[in-house]
Design a protein around this ligand. Structure first.
Ligand SMILES: Cc1cc2nc3c(=O)[nH]c(=O)nc-3n(C[C@H](O)[C@H](O)[C@H](O)COP(=O)(O)O)c2cc1C
Length: 176
């Protein structure tokens, strides 16, 4: 089984989640490639069994040039993703003819508490993947950061790894 994990990240939190998901998929005997979104192919090869796509929630949605600029300004270090984001990548993504499996994730602020219940960008990504012919392997998932710039809340990296392992196991079951 082959998986491609595509992520966008400003302060490194979604990057850590992407890597943890990839580690979980590897635990479940999948071969995994992890690409920062600017490096990711617009056309996902037919040999890929699972596409995982995720990134940060900005203003209740996908990042935009203006929100990325404001994150870069706020960050004491260089941000991870300096080119286009997941929004632009999904616009260019070639349709999946064979209904490749896909799953979406996001990172979001866990505080104030109400933010946990509004503006799920992982759902937006899931819908856009479906519009491109990708079939969901599992429900989209959010991972929470403590403050605007992180770090991830305690246990979130482990939860991402466990989620990745579950995805890998489900993929094996589907393919028999
Ligand atoms: C401009 C901007 C807008 C944000 N808007 C939201 C928001 O609407 N909801 C939310 O939960 N988090 C919001 N956040 C927090 C981000 O989700 C958080 O910085 C991100 O998940 C961290 O992941 P990253 O380090 O990979 O970028 C925002 C952050 C920035 C910089």
């Amino acid at each position: 089984m082959r998986a491609l994990v595509v992520y966008e990240s400003m302060f490194g939190n979604a990057q850590r989640v992407a890597q943890a998901i990839a580690d979980g998929l590897s635990d479940a005997r999948c071969m995994v490639e992890v690409d920062e979104v600017a490096e990711a192919p617009d056309h996902v090869a037919d040999t890929v069994d699972l596409l995982v796509v995720g990134g940060p929630t900005h203003t209740f949605g996908l990042t935009r040039p203006a929100t990325r600029a404001s994150a870069a300004e706020a960050s004491p270090d260089a941000v991870v993703s300096r080119g286009n984001g997941v929004r632009e990548w999904l616009e260019e993504l070639a349709a999946s003819e064979g209904g490749t499996r896909a799953v979406a994730f996001a990172t979001r602020a866990g505080r104030p508490r109400f933010l946990k219940y509004v503006g799920s960008v992982s759902k937006t990504i899931e819908r856009r993947l479906a519009a491109r012919g990708y079939q969901p392997l599992a429900h989209h998932e959010s991972f929470f950061v403590g403050g605007q710039q992180g770090p991830l809340e305690e246990g979130e990296e482990a939860r991402a790894r466990a989620w990745g392992r579950t995805l890998g196991e489900r993929l094996h079951e589907l393919r028999g």
